[in-house]
Design a protein around this ligand. Structure first.
Ligand SMILES: C[S@@+](CC[C@H](N)C(=O)[O-])C[C@H]1O[C@@H](n2cnc3c(N)ncnc32)[C@H](O)[C@@H]1O
Length: 325
C-alpha cells in the first residue's frame, strides 16, 4: 500500500498520526464552540455505519448519484477515454467506483485514497479480486493535509473521482483550495465529482436524522472511538445526535448534544459540558450546480458537463487546464 510520508498509518488505523490526532481533538474540544473534523467519524466502525446510511430510504444522495452514474455511463466513458487511471478521493466502499470501472474503456488502474485504513484495505482487496485486469493501489492518506497524489500508471489520463459530496464536508474556502491544488497536480486530467444540491430543509433534516437511528449511531461512534483511542471518559448515553439545516450557510450541521452538565476527561484533559452544549462533528455544504461549477472554474478547472438527478444531486465533469478538449 502506498502511504504519504506526511500522513503515516498509526495504531488507531487512520492516516493521521497520533500526535496530530490528539492535538486536533483537544483543540476542538477546548474551543469556545466545540468542533471536531468530520474525518474523525471514520474509523472502521464509522465506515461500516456510513455504508448503512447509504442504503437508508431517507438518504437520497447515494441513490441519486448512483442513478446519474448508471444512466450516463456511456457518455462518461466517452469523455474519459481509454486506459484511464482512476484515483478516488474518500473511496469508502468503492461501490460507485465499481459502477464507473464497469463503464470505462479498459481502465488501467484504480487508486482509492481514504483515511480509514482497515476499511480501505478490505475494499481495495475486493475490487482487485473483481477486476483482475485493473491495477489496484490503495493509498492511505488524509486529503485535507499535504499528500502525494497517486501518479498515473498508464500515463494516458488521470481521472479524479470524488463522489458522495465529500467535498461538502469542507468549508467553501477549503473546498476551493482543495480544487485548486488538485487542478495543479493533475495536468491533462479530469475530475468527476458528486455534489449535493441545496434543497428543501425538511428533506435535508430527514436525511440526516433517519428514523432507524443509523446516523445517530454513526455520530455517537466518534465518542466510542475517543474512549477507546484516547482514553476518554465519555458516557455515550449522556449525548444525543442532532442535525440541523443552516440556511445562512447552505449546510447541514451535525451535532452531539450533552444531555446534562458533565465533565469528561480526554487524553488527561478535563472538558466541561453544560446541558444542551454541543460538539459540531460535521458540516455538509450544499451547492447550486452553477455555484459549484463557478468555484471549480475559478480554481483552474474547465467545466465540460454537469448531470442532475431530479434537481437533488449534481455530478460534474471538469478538465484540468492543459487537458485535451
Ligand atoms: C461521505 S463518505 C463517501 C464514501 C464514498 N465515496 C461514497 O460516495 O459513498 C466520505 C469518505 O471519505 C473518507 N474521508 C473523509 N475525510 C477524509 C480525509 N480527510 N482524507 C481521506 N479520506 C477521507 C471517509 O473515510 C469516507 O470513506
Amino acid at each position: 500500500m502506498q502511504q504519504s510520508a506526511l500522513a503515516p498509518a498509526d495504531a488507531h488505523g487512520t492516516a493521521t498520526n497520533l500526535r496530530d490526532y490528539r492535538h486536533d481533538i483537544l483543540a476542538g474540544l477546548t474551543a469556545p464552540q466545540k468542533q471536531l473534523a468530520p474525518k474523525y467519524l471514520y474509523d472502521s466502525r464509522g465506515s461500516e455505519l456510513f455504508d448503512e446510511i447509504c442504503s437508508l430510504p431517507e438518504y437520497y444522495a447515494t441513490r441519486t448519484e448512483l442513478a446519474v452514474l448508471r444512466t450516463n455511463a456511456a457518455e462518461i466513458a466517452a469523455l474519459v477515454g481509454p486506459s484511464a487511471d482512476v484515483v478516488e478521493l474518500g473511496a469508502g466502499s468503492s461501490l460507485k467506483a465499481r459502477l464507473l470501472l464497469d463503464g470505462l474503456d479498459r481502465p488501467a488502474s484504480y487508486q482509492p485514497v481514504d483515511i480509514s485504513a482497515t476499511y480501505l484495505l478490505a475494499q481495495a482487496a475486493e475490487v482487485a479480486a473483481a477486476y483482475p485486469s485493473v491495477t489496484v493501489r490503495p493509498v492511505l492518506a488524509d486529503f485535507t493535509r499535504p499528500f502525494t497524489l497517486p501518479s498515473a500508471i498508464a500515463s494516458q489520463r488521470t481521472l479524479l473521482f470524488f463522489p458522495g459530496s465529500t467535498i461538502g464536508n469542507l468549508s467553501r474556502p477549503r473546498a476551493a483550495a482543495l480544487l485548486s491544488s488538485l487542478a495543479c497536480r493533475t495536468p491533462g486530467g479530469a475530475l468527476l465529482i458528486g455534489v449535493d444540491i441545496c434543497k428543501d430543509a425538511a428533506v435535508l433534516r430527514a436525511a440526516y436524522n433517519d428514523s432507524r437511528g443509523v446516523t445517530a449511531e454513526f455520530n455517537l461512534n466518534l465518542l466510542v472511538r475517543l474512549n477507546r483511542e484516547l482514553g476518554a471518559t465519555f458516557d455515550v448515553d449522556a449525548f444525543e445526535h442532532d442535525a440541523v439545516y443552516d440556511p445562512l450557510h447552505d449546510r447541514v450541521e451535525m451535532r452531539l448534544v450533552s444531555q446534562r452538565d458533565q465533565t469528561v476527561t480526554v487524553a488527561g484533559v478535563a472538558v466541561d459540558f453544560g446541558k444542551g452544549e454541543y460538539i459540531i462533528t460535521e458540516h455538509s455544504h450544499k451547492y447550486a450546480p452553477q455555484e459549484f461549477a463557478a468555484m471549480a472554474i475559478g480554481e483552474g478547472w474547465r467545466s465540460i458537463r454537469c448531470w442532475l438527478a431530479d434537481d437533488r444531486f449534481s455530478v460534474h465533469y471538469f478538465r484540468a487546464p492543459d487537458g485535451a478538449a
